[in-house]
Design a protein around this ligand. Structure first.
Ligand SMILES: Cc1ncc(COP(=O)(O)O)c(C=O)c1O
Length: 403
């Protein structure tokens, strides 16, 4: 399986503006196929779902195909795909619904590694129910989230474990299968934040042990749409607030109001795009699930190689402090530069047409634990499949100027 980054880059109109888009961890650019799919949905005429006329039927088909595409991406089942505006909104919705049954003696486990969107909704829900929150800690020397600590955090009172598949700042990919196995052994549910991991690795929700897997399409070349994937049988046991006339079945009862139908057409195109990033000898062969898995394996290999170049380059600079040392990690660098605030570094880079982020990036607990939160966080440079060596080298040369 070959990975031709020039072919990949040519699919993205926005990449021709001369900037190095190393800000993908905050949202990726969108290929022409996704833009066209959204435009085509509007051009063909779409209506609200459930009507008697063809335009309504087209929206219904888009929704069904979108659920199938997200099932193909994650290894879940289409009837368990909840669609919504973004991960944060859906996680608050699930936290509200799942916490209904929690009692004061109950416990949940959150992690200091996570984006706040997979912490605060659970902490706030636990506070409402009087339940206890236990914290899985990051080993700051390694930035690992040791799975072994969960044995001491879990009990027969644990109702839920919320944990990320990858840190959005230091990239750490915890041993989710081990954490999930420990959680399941005490009967707890596992809610996985897959927002940062999904663009970088093949995803199999069953292998991860995720009862709920959240991801956002705008992090992997799609529009601003979020999803949570779960087993339909599990969703049948959960009863969120809903309008009286709104559908009562699963997964529809978790979806509030009218969906962004044209954007959902863009999600289908984005999954197809991921499946075609590294085409096999016969691009049409295999199911979309098989093509996604093979293509994302090639993406992971390509990004890992490019990331090594970025880390080696930054690591060799005496004026740079790198955070993030986990053995298994997404290609995301988090660093500070001596004598410069993270904002100043980001401005310096922007002036050289290199897009990066500065701050805590909502990894609020981790930034606090690393002692970075009150000093403006750090600089984040994240790679995705459309980044190339020239962009990494431009970042390195620009940071080197700050020595
Ligand atoms: C790891 C992670 N989780 C959750 C979120 C929140 O996602 P959304 O913007 O879809 O609410 C982000 C967004 O940056 C993220 O990086």
């Amino acid at each position: 399986m070959t990975f031709d980054v020039n072919r990949v880059r040519a699919a993205y109109p926005a990449l021709s503006d001369g900037y190095a888009y190393l800000d993908g961890a905050a949202g990726t650019q969108v290929p022409a196929a996704v833009i066209e799919a959204i435009a085509a949905a509007y051009r063909s005429g779409i209506g609200n779902v459930g009507g008697t006329f063809p335009a309504s039927g087209r929206s219904g088909s888009i929704v069904a195909e979108c659920r199938q595409a997200l099932a193909d991406l994650t290894g879940g089942s289409p009837d368990g795909v909840i669609l919504g505006p973004n991960m944060t909104t859906l996680t608050y919705r699930l936290a509200e619904a799942l916490s209904r049954g929690w009692e004061p003696a109950d416990e949940i486990v959150v992690s200091r590694l996570d984006h706040d969107a997979n912490i605060r909704p659970w902490v706030q829900a636990a506070a409402r129910r009087g339940a206890t929150v236990r914290w899985a800690e990051v080993d700051l020397a390694t930035t690992e989230l040791p799975a072994a600590q969960y044995a001491g955090l879990l009990s027969e009172r644990t109702r839920l474990v919320a944990v990320t598949a990858a840190s959005n700042v230091v990239g750490t990919r915890p041993d989710l299968a081990a954490i999930a196995a420990a959680a399941h052994a005490v009967g707890a549910l596992v809610y996985v934040d897959g927002v940062h991991a999904t663009p970088h690795v093949p995803v199999d929700v069953k292998a991860l042990g995720a009862d709920f897997y959240a991801t956002s399409a705008y992090k992997w070349s799609g529009p601003h749409i979020g999803t949570v994937v779960a087993e339909p049988a599990l969703l049948e046991t959960v009863h969120p607030d809903k309008l009286a006339p709104a559908p009562a079945g699963v997964p529809r009862r978790f979806e509030r109001g009218t969906a962004a139908f044209a954007d959902l057409a863009g999600v289908i195109a984005a999954v197809e795009h991921l499946a075609s990033l590294a085409p096999g000898p016969d691009p049409a062969s295999g199911s979309r699930r098989q093509r996604v898995l093979a293509s994302m394996a090639a993406v992971e290999e390509y990004e890992t190689r490019l990331f090594a170049r970025l880390l080696d380059g930054l690591g060799a600079m005496k004026h740079v402090t790198l955070y993030g040392r986990a053995a298994s990690r997404a290609p995301t660098a988090y660093f500070t530069v001596a004598g410069q605030s993270p904002r100043q570094v980001a401005e310096h880079l922007a002036a050289r047409q290199v897009n990066v982020w500065n701050g805590d990036n909502y990894a609020w607990e981790l930034a606090g634990a690393l002692g970075l939160r009150d000093s403006g966080g750090a600089v984040r440079a994240g790679l995705v499949h459309y980044n190339d060596q020239a962009e990494v080298d431009r970042l390195l040369a620009s940071v080197d100027e700050l020595a």
